[in-house]
Design a protein around this ligand. Structure first.
Ligand code: ADP
Length: 395
């Protein structure tokens, strides 16, 4: 082997070594790159997953129902609120809006929104087992080139809001009416006196009586209204303590002795001794006097009003105010606790009623953690049944 051959061999060896070294390094770089790509994908997937779960949680946390349609008008996404609003089952995914919620008005809104550029808002009544009023906002979804890719519909249930609005309007109308009637009577009585009636002592006395009677009615009405307003804003202080039910009934009967005698009504206290309720004595007196006054007013002339009491299980006492009057018609039973509801308006006004007595009874009883209900059969009298917490043995 010549020197040149040896040199060639060494050179070849060096080249092969360098190639092997580069190969190893290349493989290592390749493996590292693959690891980095895999790590990137993993991180990307985790981030995407987290983002999706966050978005789902946000959408499911919304009170409003949300529904997303794809470009063909098929349902692509529904949040939990919309699922329960429309009794939506997973099978409806991919179906049309009309198949899912069966409302032409909403379907028309969605297609109108998809075609337009601005959001559309409309209030829709959804029929069903429990009809609801919903405010629907629909807006088109667009890609970066401006082409429609679907629509988003947001449903806000305003049923309760509308009910409250209607109740408020009714209430204001009722209050105005209730105030206007005695006020106009007071005014016309005063005018009669001013116009010369005061010169006749008999007329003066009659019209002053009218003024006095209706001014008292106004005071009563305003007191009742203020009390109910305080119940509404939870500002009524109730200080329950052990009270003998029989004793409280006796006091209320004593207070009602005059009107009872005037109608020839007998008052019977059949509450056993030893029944002790946990109640605010003043408020209990108010409940009893409202119920007894009603039983005397609307019960039978020369009739009987009986109050009975008993202990119930689970630490409650029940008492019943029963009269033997004409009763309350079945269709009115559910409404007698409503503010200003009267079965016979003329009769109630003639008796000086405000139409708020039973609403006050209900509020007071509920503020004690009790319940009140009414049972009546036409011709067979009326019974108001109240449960109140019993006083505990250690009290
Ligand atoms: P009011 O001031 O008119 O008495 P309430 O709220 O106390 O108002 O009662 C509401 C209505 O319920 C009354 O107008 C009356 O028509 C009816 N009602 C209440 N108690 C009786 C009863 N014991 N028997 C028959 N009807 C009653």
């Amino acid at each position: 082997m010549t020197g040149f051959d040896i040199l060639l061999l060494i050179l070849l060896g060096l080249v092969a070594g360098a190639a092997w070294w580069w190969h190893r390094r290349w493989r290592a770089m390749e493996a590292r790159h693959e690891r980095e790509v895999a790590e990137f994908h993993r991180r990307h997937e985790t981030a995407l997953h987290e983002q999706t779960s966050r978005m789902e949680a946000m959408l499911d946390g919304m009170i409003e129902g949300l529904l997303v349609l794809d470009s063909r008008g098929r349902i692509a996404l529904v949040n939990q609120a919309a699922e329960s609003m429309f009794n939506f089952s997973r099978k409806m995914m991919g179906g049309t809006l009309l198949q899912a919620i069966r409302n032409h008005e909403v379907a028309a809104l969605a297609s109108q929104a998809s075609a337009g550029t601005t959001a559309i808002e409309h209030e829709v009544r959804l029929e069903g087992a429990t009809p609801r009023i919903v405010q629907v906002s629909a807006v088109a979804l667009r890609d970066s080139a401006g082409a429609t890719t679907g629509a988003v519909l947001v449903f806000h249930d305003v049923t309760r809001l509308r009910e409250l609005e209607a109740m408020r309007q009714d209430f204001v109308a009722n209050v105005s009416h209730e105030l206007r009637t005695p006020l106009s009577l007071i005014k016309s009585a005063a005018e009669t006196l001013i116009d010369g009636g005061q010169n006749d002592p008999a007329i003066t006395s009659r019209f002053l009586d009218i003024i006095d009677k209706h001014a008292s009615r106004l005071t009563l009405l305003i007191d009742d209204l203020l009390l109910l307003a305080r119940f509404d804003s939870e500002k009524v202080d109730v200080h329950p303590r052990p009270v003998s039910l029989r004793g409280a009934v006796q006091e209320a009967f004593d207070d009602a002795a005059f009107p009872a005698r005037a109608r020839g009504v007998t008052l019977e206290n059949q509450v056993p001794d030893g029944l002790i309720v946990r109640a605010d004595p003043e408020r209990l007196r108010q409940v009893l006097s409202n119920l007894i006054d009603n039983a005397i007013k609307y019960g039978r002339a020369e009739g009987r009003v009986v109050i009975r009491g008993r202990t119930l299980a689970a630490g409650h006492v029940e008492f019943t105010v029963q009269d033997d009057g004409p009763g309350i018609p079945a269709n009115a039973l559910a409404r007698v606790f409503e503010r200003f509801y009267r079965v016979d308006k003329a009769r109630s006004r003639e008796q000086g009623g405000t139409g708020l007595g039973l609403a006050i009874v209900k509020n007071v009883v509920q503020a004690h953690g009790g319940e009140v209900r009414v049972e009546s059969e036409p011709g067979a009298g009326t019974a108001f049944i109240i449960t109140l917490p019993a006083a505990r043995a250690e009290e």
